[in-house]
Design a protein around this ligand. Sequence first.
Ligand code: GUN
Ligand code: ZN
Length: 429
Amino acid sequence: MGDMVILAGRVLCYERSPFLGEPEKAARVDEAVALSDGRILVSGTLSDLRAAHPEAQVVNHGDKVILPGFVDAHAHYPQTAIIASWGKRLIDWLNTYTFPEEVRFADPAYAAEIAARYLDLVTANGTTTVCSYCTIHPGSAEALFAEAQKRDMRLAAGKTCMDRDTAPEGLRDTAQSAYDDSRALIGRWHGAGRLTYAITPRFSPTSTQEQLEALGALWAEHPDCLMQTHLSEQTDEIEWVLGLYPEARDYLDTYERHGLLGERGLYGHAIHLEPREKDRLREVGAGLVHCPTSNTFIGSGLFDMDGLMAAGHRVALATDTGGGSSFSMLRTMAAAYEVGQLRGRALHAAELLWLATAGSAQALHMGHAIGTIAPGMEADLVVLDLAATPALAQRTARARDIWEALFATIMLGDDRCIAEVRINGRLAG
Ligand code: GUN
Ligand code: ZN
């Protein structure tokens, strides 16, 4: 217990999902939280914690808010250097910006450089866990896992698989090599320390049926792995899929018929869903990943948060770097709020923050370890400064309660609000 630390501030402890009603009552605010050996020991009043642990170092964060580190449930770390590229919709955006950049990851040194840069950027933004796509090169996954392991981050990732001629030369594997390479990466990294493997067929248009079949078989052999892909992001993408898979009932069926629909499946975007698709996704308890900055930036559409939550779907929040236009989960929550407004539903700050922490953690099947502040949870934490800029300071000074101040911070905040990040108990950065 030599390393015990008590962080004092306003500690936000969710006790239930705010989507169940009365969102402002879903979380308790404690005065302090005690950490030891990378875990959360307990939270409560500062005097109680001090009395119980007189030897602990106390770090007083004053009015700052102590939250679980943010969890970004869908990102493409190889797109770090092409984020915010102008003027294209999905398919042209992939061909113009994304694929040429991803080709460069054949070079392991480049992959290592971007992996480190990417994890620096997300950490600076208060994100302590990501679920990332890599490129088709196994070395791109090696680079990200190795960098995450060095930092002791809880992270999921997978080699992206594409074997159809819709993907360019230099970015194609085969059904067999995708299976073999993914399997070898699972053996090396899945469950190593805090790492999780996500089997990663990019999306139906860039895989053959043989490849989807092979990856479905791999998932059946390793059912505790995650599986991540894209689903119904843009309407012309859906038409493309239905043309390539004439026998499929709908887009989801291209995955379902190949063993790629399951509870540990993460379906990015999921905007333009048919009733049958929604029913099946809910029945299996699959994760739907809302990527609001991407969906507005690439012009994809408005995710139906309210309808899907009310129907009992498991929903996560994500940046979708670099189709998404920000590394920041604060900015991502702000975009989720704006998209909600366009659909007639104002999401509460408690809902937005829950999505960015516990909601995403649960969709990644990591809710037992991260995403909430409770005894025994891993100590991935972010300390938020609600007065980090002049604009924010004058606004939060007017706030009547913590939720009003947190909402203003979501809307006005950026990486300047990230006062401290702890990964597995240790100070990051
Ligand atoms: N669909 C297939 N690949 C991608 C990607 O890299 N980004 C986004 N936003 N959608 C995709
Ligand atoms: Zn994506």
